[in-house]
Ligand binder design. Structure first.
Ligand code: PRP
Ligand code: URA
Length: 211
């Protein structure tokens, strides 16, 4: 049975910055800044295979055929709250992208994803949608976000995270085998509270200084 392709982005800059993020002594300001920088680097990797088309332009010297990204405009779809941490970095590389917001929180008892907000461009069927969330733990949030985006017409989807747990990866791949995944690391396992081990803690809380 076909399954989602998983790309581990092992670029030294990404790995170096990830280690900074994991450090429990990193400040809220430092955490936000580094997550943003990693977002930019991941955007570079996840867009590596976008199709190009020829375009005729004129340089100051003569006409020439250059190349530009073909057709479909990108949509970034951060899962609130922590997915927003990637957004500015990604938009700095692709400023014309549209943004869909998917508001989900994990019920602390059941670990089920609960939706509280959804707003997306109307033409998702015509776009490549990059779903953003630093943490793929049980995968309940990622699966719920992808279900919702597919129900709204999206069919060309990619998922970008920072850390994935093996349990979440397997569940994601069973639910959405057509959606490729980019992650900076695959960690050891989930603990009894559904947190990634060794992980980096609660990404949303560390980003916003809550709890
Ligand atoms: C965190 C994280 C993911 C989710 C991952 O969000 O940002 O969205 O948990 O866990 P899962 O794979 O088990 O679903 P959380 O619900 O804590 O909300 P927050 O980002 O607003 O803090
Ligand atoms: N959500 C987080 O923010 N961190 C985890 O380890 C698991 C889910």
């Amino acid at each position: 049975m076909p399954t989602s392709r998983v790309t581990v982005v092992d670029h030294p800059l990404v790995q170096h910055k990830l280690t900074y993020l994991r450090d429990k002594n990193r400040s809220t300001k430092g955490f936000r800044q580094i997550l943003n920088e990693i977002g930019m680097l991941l955007a570079y990797e996840v867009t590596r295979d976008l199709p190009l088309e020829p375009v005729t332009i004129e340089t100051p010297i003569q006409p020439m055929e250059g190349r530009q990204i073909q057709g479909k405009k990108l949509v970034f779809a951060p899962i609130l709250r922590a997915g927003v941490g990637f957004l500015d970095g990604m938009l700095s590389l692709v400023p014309s992208a549209r943004v869909a917001h998917v508001g989900l929180y994990r019920d602390p008892e059941t670990l089920d994803a609960v939706e509280y907000y959804f707003k997306a461009p109307s033409d998702l069927a015509d776009r490549t949608v990059l779903v953003l969330d630093p943490m793929l733990a049980t995968a309940n949030s990622a699966i719920a976000a992808l279900d919702r985006l597919k129900a709204r017409g999206a069919s060309d989807l990619r998922f970008v995270c920072l850390l994935a747990a093996p349990e979440g990866l397997a569940k994601f791949q069973a639910a959405h085998p057509d959606v490729p995944i980019w992650t900076a690391a695959i960690d050891s396992h989930l603990n009894d509270h559904g947190y990634i081990v060794p992980g980096l803690g609660d990404a949303g809380d560390r980003m916003y200084g809550t709890r």
